[in-house]
Design a protein around this ligand. Structure first.
Ligand code: ADP
Length: 163
């Protein structure tokens, strides 16, 4: 039984993340989408909201479980007896950051391998940051995020605007 964790902020989860989960499900028996509590980012959704949205967006993926975690991702991976940590690589710009993160994680725990997945072409340009900006400007994001994510984002913005 091979287990992988896929840690990230997922603010919000996009079809790019889901594409990576599809690919990881072919290689691993269990894939844990690990929603980070500490992100160093000013997030649109709080931890509970990000976790709930991920659960709904991944309900059609039988091998995927969504769990939130606090602290170091390698420690969470260890507590889940995971063999690997998954990350996604889009453009070359991701590479330097992702490589240093993988090397640092290797330093912290030598037992957990980082495995990189490259998404399908149509998701290469997709980021959660861009999605937040487009939705904020009422742009069309139907092809880029699951319907439940779009609904949650619109609700969040309506509440914010009503204040
Ligand atoms: P973090 O804040 O840890 O970078 P993200 O939720 O932004 O969390 O991303 C989690 C992982 O998913 C990262 O490795 C990121 O490069 C990857 N990722 C994000 N968007 C895409 C995408 N469109 N295609 C492939 N991988 C992606």
């Amino acid at each position: 039984m091979k287990t992988a964790i896929y840690p990230g902020t997922f603010d919000p989860i996009t079809n790019g993340h889901i594409d990576i989960l599809h690919k990881a499900s072919k290689l691993f028996d269990r894939v844990i989408l690990a929603v980070a509590a500490v992100t160093g980012k000013n997030t649109m959704f709080n931890l509970e909201e990000r976790t709930e949205i991920c659960k709904e967006a991944c309900s059609h993926l039988p091998k995927v479980e969504v769990i939130s975690f606090d602290g170091l991702s390698v420690e969470f991976a260890d507590s889940m007896s995971a063999d690997a940590m998954i990350r996604g690589l889009r453009a070359v710009s991701d590479f330097e950051y992702e490589l240093s993160l993988a090397l640092m994680n290797k330093n912290l725990n030598n037992q957990i391998e980082t495995v990189f997945f490259v998404p399908d072409n149509k998701y290469l340009y997709l980021s959660s940051t861009m999605i937040r900006q487009i939705v904020g400007l009422q742009g069309d994001v139907k092809e880029m995020i699951p319907q439940c994510v779009e609904k949650a984002m619109k609700k969040k913005l309506e509440r914010k605007n009503a204040k």
